[in-house]
Design a protein around this ligand. Structure first.
Ligand SMILES: [Zn+2]
Length: 181
């Protein structure tokens, strides 16, 4: 496993631990640094380097200590904001740094598309109801009831989906039960 793989798996808890008792604060303060990745960061299989206003933070993997990350700052002896900035950058900009992000389980993607399907179904349903109401009213203008506040109340939108908790999927307007399961 090289450094890039290692950094791509770095999470907040781990970075915080590496920085010691002040880890939370150092990552938060370090996160305020404006960093131009192309100009200030070098990353290869063995070394991550970021230059910050005259300080250089280097992160390496310590081969003798089982993948443990080792960082150092050219300006400071102990854990510092500069190191916090380096870890903050790694945690937030994995894609921009070219670090691979492990693919998540398929489940969240399916959930997302389900939500999109449901959202579209609700929108189409609202649109359909609106059109139905319009064609109903224009079909026979003579019988249209006179304007009346009570009529507006009956035209309010359907209750939110939360009210149907536990309802079968076939209750959805798009008939999603058609999909083979
Ligand atoms: Zn420093």
């Amino acid at each position: 496993m090289n450094l890039k793989d290692r950094l791509s798996h770095l999470n907040y808890q781990e970075a915080r631990k590496l920085l010691g008792p002040e880890g939370d604060r150092l990552i938060r303060q370090g996160g305020r640094y404006e960093i131009d990745i192309a100009a200030q960061v070098e990353l290869d299989a063995n070394r991550f380097l970021v230059r910050l206003n005259g300080s250089e933070v280097t992160i390496r993997m310590d081969p003798s200590r089982n993948r443990k990350l080792h960082y150092s700052c050219s300006s400071c002896e102990a854990a510092c904001e500069h190191a916090g900035a380096a870890f903050s950058l790694i945690l937030e900009e994995k894609l921009a740094l070219g670090l691979a992000i492990p693919p998540p389980d398929k489940a969240p993607l399916e959930t997302l598309s389900d939500e999109e399907l449901l959202q579209r179904a609700l929108e189409e349903r609202a649109e359909r109801m609106r059109k139905d109401r319009m064609s109903l009213e224009s079909a026979d203008p003579a019988r249209r009831s006179p304007p009346c506040p009570k009529r507006e109340q009956s035209a309010r939108p359907p209750p939110p989906p939360a009210a149907h908790k536990g309802a079968a999927p076939s209750a959805l307007p798009l008939g999603r039960s058609e999909a083979p399961r």
